[in-house]
Design a binder for this molecule. Structure first.
Ligand SMILES: Nc1ncnc2c1ncn2[C@@H]1O[C@H](COP(=O)(O)OP(=O)(O)OP(=O)(O)O)[C@@H](O)[C@H]1O
Ligand SMILES: [Mg+2]
Length: 1080
């Protein structure tokens, strides 16, 4: 689609005319002007039909970018503006798609841009053909062969800074897919004379300068070279450097290219060694040396260079030296050695240099071919690219054998161009029976014949001269020419028969002139014989063969004495003729594509268009004739069958099948398309279309129709696809719908069913409830009736029987029953009474609830009664004891820790039986009252807390203290003077008896005792004091209390927890104010 939109035509935005066929009017001026106009607008390419004219722009134009490649890729030849890529694309596609081998013939004079064009074609094909690692390597090798061959085979000439000094034909081979497989290069006649001598303003082959400029010091040292052009005689000095050419950089490119192409390091090294050897050969100089027998002899001036060459090439120095001094001629088992004079020695030296170099060049081509040759044996499609040296004329008459050969080759190419385009075209019209007006054109076959005719041709005569015994010189050759060719209209010389030439002073005696198709060229006859002979003395080739250098040895196989061949090798001329003939044959089998290069000026400058120069080239290239033939004839022809096959879709009758003969089909087709009759003709087997535009129109229609057909196919396919899809969807839809409907109905039914059940249940419920209500009502009615009836009956009965009952019989009965129950209760209680012990807690359970309070009251009364009974048993003595105990309990219970232990102890009072112990008679006598307590206590010493035993007596009115041993009364305190008793709350027997201040007994202060019966003593003291004084004795229970000792008050403090003296509490005076009692 995008392509269609971007579609352009040759006719779009055309500057001048893109195709000369369309030029109006057609003459030389308009032709040149058209070229000029286009050239001025950077349009360097112009077509003549399918031939591309290319003008050298002498500057880089932005028209070879990858984008341009894409633009021209797969496009119709006339679709875009003229370009070398269009031709390359056309050639490549018809090779790939139509299986036609192609050749691209690039012609033009030196500097016209042939080599550049060939590289552009190759790079375009490389860009558009297949991709992949292997293919890319092949492409790379093919492309990289160019820099290598250019370095060794190109040189700067006055016409071109990078002039190809050899002819090159390269076959690129492709597989059936159009992927490159490899290639074969053929080279033609290297201009080897350049090795030893270059015309003014020209250089030797590039490689010499490249090595010297770009070789590393190491390489130069190995090659025994110096980085100085002036050191080498073979390097013309006047133009050693070329503007805009970097020899050093090019050398790196060449080395890199050699590596890519597949040269081994040692091979590259050998090649450079040979180049160095050639360069150094030029420096060998000879000097004459006269011999006695009068023969001239030469001698090498300075053997140093020779020595180095021999070291470099592994040749025995003496062998080479001899080869430069002698010449051995072998004839019929006879060997004759003659000495070489100085001139001959120089000749031998130069011949060796030229041969070495030219053979090296051929070896390089063979070596490259080895690398790039296709690896498979499958059938290959071939595209040949011919870049052969252009027609060459040196105006100063310096044209020599090489120019003669080069120009001969160009004649042959022109011939093939004429044959294939002009002649072939006209002949085809005749063959096909098309009406045809003959176009005059110059057929150069006559010139070819002048040169190559086997009997009378110049080359044949040159060979004859060379082989002829006797003295042969260039002059004898010219004489021969004068004899044989004198009448030929394209040959001129001073001696030719035609008298008008005799007066032609512009033609020197030693020259002859040939009127080539491209112009007249004057050749210097000097050197023809020599160059044709291409003589290398056998001694030299043998010396080379003996070299200890495998490459040099290979270059001179004829030097091998075992293979000595006395036959003369073929002459240079005949070799060239043969190879040109092979080339022509090869080209004739292929479909030709022409690129005709034109040089716009002689100055190698951009933007300059020299009309005269271009006009000259247009003339000799026969371009005008070319246009005329195209215009007079038909631009396009094709056999009927493929034509009908290609366009049959454009007409209803022929589409899709045409039953009749193809010719009729085409006729019907063209009539149907209303193509004007003058636009085409019917040949015997082909249709001829006059104008390219008609063809474009057909092509456009076809393209349009193809698109329509594609749309139709698409439409039908899409229709079919949609319909099948639709039917499938429809079928699926029905299945889905039926399933869905089933499901929906099922759901609906279930819903209706459940609703019906609900409605039913409501109705049934309602009905049931109604019935129930009715039944209940009925039942209640029945019950009410029964109740009413019962009451009614009751009333009736009571009314009837009232007269039989006493009025309050019911109350009486209930009272009676109550009485019976109470009676039974008491009777049962009598049997269930608990024991009389006041501590017995048992009490029988209550039988009736309503007797609860009675039962409890009974329990209380019983307990009180039983206690009274118990108390009634006590004697007076016991009563007293219990009173005391009770008193003790009230005083000390829960106050003093010692108390619980005292409960079980009976209070004895008189522990000490004074009356019975005679010791205490005096004491007994002194006390006349009743003794309540007699006991031994410990009196605590106030000073140190130590205890002293004392007898403690309590009588009804006094407290007495007496010595335990003697029984003497120590102190007597009336009970009225005792104010307070203090004791701790702890488990100890200490107590203080406080006395009333100012009383008689209080002189020494309060008493502090300790006793085992503290509770009993304190209780009895309390009771006695109460009875005696009617006052309650103050009993203070505290762990810290003050005791009056004489004047001082001492604090008695009880501390818990001293275990040191076992369970006995200890008393210690701590200071004046403190007495500490430690209680365990
Ligand atoms: N298409 C082009 N674009 C830019 N420069 C070009 C183009 N064609 C040729 N040239 C320039 O012209 C010079 C000569 O071109 P080229 O070497 O191709 O000539 P030739 O026809 O091969 O000459 P010869 O017969 O001497 O080998 C190139 O070195 C280059 O500078
Ligand atoms: Mg070239």
């Amino acid at each position: 689609m995008a392509k269609m939109e971007a579609k352009t035509s040759l006719l779009d935005n055309m500057i001048g005319v893109g195709d000369m066929v369309l030029l109006e009017p057609l003459n030389e001026d308009t032709f040149i002007n058209n070229l000029k106009k286009r050239f001025d607008h950077n349009e360097i390419y112009t077509y003549i039909g399918s031939v591309v004219i290319s003008l050298n722009p002498y500057r880089s134009l932005p028209i070879y970018s990858p984008e341009k490649v894409e633009e021209y890729r797969n496009r119709n030849f006339y679709e875009l503006s003229p370009h070398i890529f269009a031709l390359s694309d056309e050639a490549y596609r018809s090779l790939r798609d139509q299986d036609k081998d192609q050749c691209i013939l690039i012609t033009g004079e030196s500097g016209a841009g042939k080599t550049e064009a060939s590289k552009l074609v190759m790079s375009y094909v490389a860009a558009v053909c297949g991709k992949g690692a292997e293919v890319n390597q092949v492409k790379e090798q093919l492309l990289q062969s160019n820099p290598v061959l250019e370095a060794f085979g190109n040189a700067k000439t006055v016409k071109n800074d990078n002039s190809s000094r050899f002819g090159k034909y390269m076959d690129i081979e492709f597989d059936f897919k159009g992927d490159p497989l490899g290639g074969v290069i053929s080279n033609y006649l290297l201009e080897k004379s350049r090795v030893v001598k270059q015309p003014r303003g020209e250089r030797n082959f590039h490689i010499f300068y490249q090595i010297l400029s770009g070789g590393s010091e190491d390489l130069l040292c190995k090659l025994k070279l110096e980085r100085d052009f002036s050191r080498y005689n073979y390097l013309g000095l006047d133009s050693a450097r070329v503007n805009g050419v970097d020899d050093a950089a090019n050398f790196r490119t060449v080395r890199n290219a050699m590596q890519i192409v597949g040269f081994m390091d040692h091979e590259t090294q050998s090649v450079f060694e040979v180049v160095a050897a050639v360069l150094k050969l030029g420096n060998i100089e000879f000097k004459p040396e006269s011999r006695v027998n009068g023969l001239d002899e030469s001698k090498i001036k300075d053997k140093n260079e020779l020595k180095e060459i021999c070291e470099l090439t592994g040749i025995d120095q003496s062998v080479l030296e001899r080869a430069f001094s002698f010449r051995t001629v072998e004839a019929k088992q006879e060997k004759v050695s003659t000495t070489l004079n100085v001139a001959q020695a120089y000749y031998a030296r130069d011949a060796l240099a030229k041969n070495l170099y030219s053979r090296l060049f051929s070896w390089l081509v063979t070596r490259i071919n080895e690398s790039i040759k296709a690896q498979t044996k499958v059938r290959k499609k071939v595209m040949g690219v011919l870049d052969i040296y252009g027609f060459e004329i040196f105006e100063d008459g310096e044209n020599s054998f090489e120019q003669f050969i080069i120009n001969y080759c160009n004649e042959k190419l022109q011939q093939i161009f004429i044959e294939l385009t002009l002649k072939e075209e006209q002949e085809e019209y005749i063959r096909e029976g098309i009406e045809w007006t003959h176009i005059e054109y110059f057929n150069n076959a006559i010139i070819c014949d002048l040169i190559e005719n086997n009997q009378t041709g110049i080359l044949a005569m040159l060979d004859e001269e060379c082989l002829r015994p006797g003295t042969v010189t260039d002059d004898t050759f010219l004489e021969k020419l004068n004899q044989i060719c004198a009448t030929h209209q394209h040959f001129e010389s001073r001696m030719s028969k035609c008298s008008r030439f005799l007066n032609d002073t512009s033609l020197p005696h030693c020259c002859f002139r040939i009127q080539h198709y491209a112009g007249k060229v004057m050749y210097q006859v000097e050197g023809f014989v020599d160059k044709n002979n291409d003589l290398l003395y056998r001694d030299l080739s043998q010396a080379m063969w003996k070299a200890n250098h495998s490459l040099i040895k290979d270059l001179f196989p004829e030097g091998n004495p075992a293979k000595i061949n006395l036959k003369r090798p073929p002459t240079a001329g005949s070799q060239f003729k043969a190879s040109v003939a092979t080339l022509m044959k090869n080209l004739q089998t292929k479909n030709p594509n022409y690129i005709r290069c034109i040089k716009p000026n002689d100055k190698k400058a951009a933007h300059i268009f020299n009309d005269a120069l271009v006009c000259h080239q247009v003339r000799y290239l026969g371009l005008l004739e070319n246009v005329r033939v195209r215009r007079a004839g038909y631009a396009f022809r094709q056999p009927y069958e493929p034509c009908l096959e290609r366009y049959k879709m454009l007409c209803k009758q022929t589409w899709p099948h045409w039953g009749g003969p193809a010719r009729d089909g085409v006729e019907v087709l063209f009539n149907d398309l209303e193509i004007p009759e003058e636009e085409y003709s019917f040949g015997r087997s082909k249709i001829f279309i006059r104008n390219p535009r008609t063809l474009f129109k057909l092509e456009d229609l076809r393209k349009q129709r193809l698109e329509d057909l594609a749309t139709l196919i698409q439409k039908i396919y899409r229709g079919w696809k949609c319909r099948t899809h639709f039917l499938l969807m429809k079928k699926s839809q029905i299945v889905i719908a039926s399933w869905y409907r089933r499901y929906a109905q099922q759901k609906k039914y279930q819903k209706i069913k459940s609703s019906a059940i609900i409605v039913q249940s409501y109705i049934r419920g309602w009905k049931a409830r109604k019935l129930l209500r009715e039944l209940k009502h009925q039942k209640r009615c029945n019950k009410a009736v029964t109740t009413i009836a019962a009451y009614w009956h009751g009333t009736q009965v009571r009314r009837e029987y009232r007269k039989f009952f006493r009025a309050n019989a019911g109350r009486k009965i209930s009272e009676f029953i109550l009485q019976k129950i109470i009676q039974k209760y008491f009777l049962e209680m009598k049997n269930k009474m608990p024991s009389l012990s006041p501590v017995d807690k048992n009490w029988p359970a209550r039988p009736y609830l309503f007797l609860d309070s009675t039962h409890n009251e009974l329990k209380r009364i019983f307990h009180l009664w039983r206690c009274k009974k118990y108390r009634d048993q006590f004697t007076d003595q016991q009563k007293l004891v219990y009173e005391e105990k009770l008193e003790a309990s009230e005083l000390f219970k829960d106050k003093k820790a010692l108390y619980p232990a005292s409960v079980g102890q009976p209070f004895q009072g008189a522990y000490l039986e004074i009356s019975k112990n005679p010791k205490y008679k005096k004491l007994k006598d002194a006390v006349d009252e009743k003794i309540i307590i007699a006991e031994v206590v410990n009196k605590i010493n106030r000073a140190n807390g130590k205890a002293t035993s004392r007898i403690f007596l309590l009588t009804n009115s006094n407290v007495l203290l007496a010595d335990q041993k003697s029984g003497n009364i120590k102190s007597e305190v009336p009970l009225g003077d005792v104010t307070k008793v203090s004791m701790s709350s702890q488990n100890d027997g200490f107590f203080a008896v406080h006395l009333k201040e100012g009383s008689g007994a209080a002189g020494k202060g309060d008493f502090l005792f300790s006793s085992d019966h503290l509770i009993e003593m304190a209780t009895k003291l309390y009771r006695t004091t109460l009875t005696q004084t009617k006052q309650k004795l103050n009993i203070e229970i505290s762990d810290e209390f003050l005791v009056q000792f004489r004047q001082d008050k001492v604090c008695v403090k009880f501390i818990q927890g001293n275990q040191r003296n076992g369970n006995v509490p200890t008393c210690k005076r701590k200071n004046n104010r403190l007495l500490e009692v430690a209680v365990p």
